[in-house]
Design a protein around this ligand. Structure first.
Ligand SMILES: *[C@@H]1O[C@H](CO)[C@@H](O)[C@H](O)[C@H]1NC(C)=O
Ligand SMILES: *[C@@H]1O[C@H](CO)[C@@H](O)[C@H](O)[C@H]1NC(C)=O
Length: 162
């Protein structure tokens, strides 16, 4: 009796967990953060390939992405991505950005915002606080490979201090 019960419950539990897994997979498959960028006129190459998870509030545009580890990607300048990046997505712009920094003359500057001109001028603007850095939009056509790099940011700051 007890054994019969154990046998009958196990397949049910198993079936339920498979269903859950399938639902999660379908959910995360239906949209990606790259599609969210594209839908707002932003180039998908702003975020690296290694994104494992993201969330977005459709009404406020607040988003977060997660990667396994911090990494550096090379555009014209080197860009450092923390493993958790946050910001607010709007049409043609990302505001209140955190977790992204760009290298300029051996110094690292936090990128606080990114915007493209509407209509497009072929340029993209990075707000690095002290200046508005312009890059060619064509550099950001595809999500870049991003090399794991935990310490680059810290080294840059040390060098800046000296
Ligand atoms: C999930 O993605 C795969 C490959 O990227 C695709 O073939 C499939 O149709 C997608 N499924 C859904 C439900 O979007
Ligand atoms: C999404 O944003 C709206 C508007 O700012 C806010 O009222 C709501 O609480 C947010 N939802 C979540 C889940 O954070």
């Amino acid at each position: 009796m007890g054994m019969a019960c154990g046998v009958s419950i196990f397949p049910l539990v198993f079936a339920m967990s498979v269903t859950c897994l399938l639902m999660v997979a379908k959910c995360s498959n239906s949209t990606t953060i790259y599609e969210e960028l594209r839908a707002r006129g932003l180039p998908v190459g702003l975020l690296p390939k290694e994104i494992v998870r993201y969330s977005i509030n459709a009404s406020s545009g607040e988003f977060q992405v997660w990667m396994e580890q911090p990494c550096n990607a090379k555009f014209e300048n080197e860009v450092h991505y923390e493993s958790n990046i946050k910001g607010i997505l709007g049409y043609g712009r990302i505001g209140e950005l955190s977790g992204v920094s760009a290298q300029e003359l051996f110094l690292w500057f936090p990128v606080k915002g990114i915007r493209v001109d509407v209509p497009s001028s072929g340029l993209i603007h990075f707000d690095v606080g002290v200046a508005d850095k312009q890059f060619s939009l064509s550099l950001f056509e595809d999500p870049p490979d991003c090399a794991p790099q935990v310490n680059a940011h810290v080294e840059g700051e040390l060098r800046a201090a000296w």
